[in-house]
Ligand binder design. Structure first.
Ligand SMILES: [Zn+2]
Ligand SMILES: [Zn+2]
Ligand SMILES: [Zn+2]
Length: 406
């Protein structure tokens, strides 16, 4: 099932656009894989059939190589024409893989050498490297439509691979008009432009999204406004670290142009660690603080975690989209923390009222998480069902007080 068209655009090349009006949360693409890599337990046997030289440990092979081996096994069985034609739509970057594929081709068993040309293998490997997706069960799969979606640092859609059939599902994160480009984020979005572009280079992507190519404020580089302490950001995308000539406050609108002040902010951004001298300048919405909190969520108390989650949600929401898998995750973690806190009110001092309130806050949070997951992953997805179940378990009367031990 597809609500997309494959089109050729002068600026983007081949891409997907919505073939009809679609609301946030609706399915744009649902497709079965062209190929899935063989189970990892079969890798050793397949590799041995194909190659003279043994691989140290087949289960350690990169997923792309596992997929390559699985498909190559089909090719040497005599299915070359059908295999290659199924992949003919896809594109890759062969120049990067010349050496890898050269070695693989060299080590092919004698009886297979005549069955496939070196250049065909290079073409195959580079297509897989550029387009393979990792599945839930740690295999690699390749899709036709799913590989054509554009990258954007403000994606209009989200993809995930689900179920035993490894179907790829792409859902809209925003309302789309017919003809709007369907884009996915291939990297985490909460970074400044220069860092996103560094990450994208490894995918051979050049991003033309408004955050990269437009005139948007660099909201992930937020400093503390000298006048009102609100986030104060470069008014244009930063193409290198600390690359800004002025900052504009999101709240009071003041413009920071003082050379000394700007240098202090630049130094804070360039500082390698989060230390006493840089942190006072960095707003909690600054990407360095954001990433630090994101990495430390499990190490703090439930109360602190709730505060941090709210901050992360606010920061990330400034990118323009709260229907987002990361926001669903934030809400799920908040629900978990609220639930832990509601159990904490099970002691004798807490009033029945306080307990009921804590439980109902946790339930509401699970419900919000379930609703968000339903939009990003679908109602039937594992994540949504888990949150629905948690909410349902908190329905009904508050848990009874534990018996006093005295
Ligand atoms: Zn971009
Ligand atoms: Zn201000
Ligand atoms: Zn520092």
């Amino acid at each position: 099932m597809h609500h997309v068209n494959v089109v050729e655009r002068p600026s983007l090349g081949r891409c997907l656009e919505a073939s009809m009006k679609v609301s946030a949360g609706e399915i744009l693409v649902l497709e079965a894989p062209l190929f899935v890599s063989a189970p990892v337990d079969d890798m050793g046997r397949l590799a041995e059939q194909l190659f003279k030289t043994a691989f140290a440990k087949p289960s350690d092979l990169p997923l792309v190589t596992q997929l390559f081996i699985s498909i190559l096994a089909e090719i040497v069985k005599g299915h070359k024409a059908s295999v290659l034609s199924r992949l003919s739509q896809l594109r890759g970057h062969p120049e990067q893989w010349r050496q890898t594929v050269g070695q693989l081709h060299e080590s092919l068993r004698e009886e297979h050498v005549s069955k496939v040309e070196h250049d065909e293998l290079l073409d195959l490997y580079s297509k897989l490297a550029a387009n393979a997706h990792e599945t839930d069960d740690k295999r690699a799969a390749i899709y036709s439509m799913g590989s054509l979606a554009e990258h954007s640092c403000r994606p209009s859609a989200f993809k995930h691979v689900h179920g035993d059939a490894h179907e790829l599902m792409i859902r809209a994160l925003t309302d789309l008009e017919m003809g709007d480009v369907v884009s996915l984020a291939y990297i985490p979005e909460y970074y400044p432009t220069w860092h996103r572009q560094e990450l994208l280079r490894s995918f051979n992507f050049q991003c033309h999204c408004p955050r990269c190519a437009g005139e948007e404020a660099e909201v992930a580089c937020a400093f503390v406004c000298p006048d009102c302490a609100s986030p104060c950001c470069p008014p244009r995308p930063c193409l290198s670290r600390g690359d800004f000539e002025a900052l504009v406050c999101e709240e009071c609108g003041c413009r920071v142009e003082d050379a000394e002040q700007l240098q202090a902010f630049r130094d804070a951004e360039l500082c390698e660690r989060l230390c006493e001298s840089c942190t006072p300048h960095l707003h909690p919405y600054h990407f360095k603080i954001f990433q630090m909190y994101l990495g430390n969520l499990q190490m703090v108390s439930p109360e602190q975690r709730l505060d941090i989650l709210e901050q992360l949600e606010d920061a990330h929401g400034r990118l323009g989209n709260r229907v987002h898998p990361l926001h669903a995750k934030f809400e799920e973690l908040a629900a978990r923390s609220l639930q832990a806190l509601s159990l904490g009110t099970g002691n004798a001092e807490a009033s029945a009222e306080a307990r009921a309130e804590a439980v109902s806050a946790a339930r509401a949070s699970w419900e919000r998480a379930a609703a968000l997951y339903a939009l990003t992953h679908g109602e039937e997805a594992e994540q949504s069902r888990h949150c629905q179940q948690q909410a349902a378990m908190l329905d009904g009367p508050a848990p009874a007080l534990p018996e006093s031990s005295e």
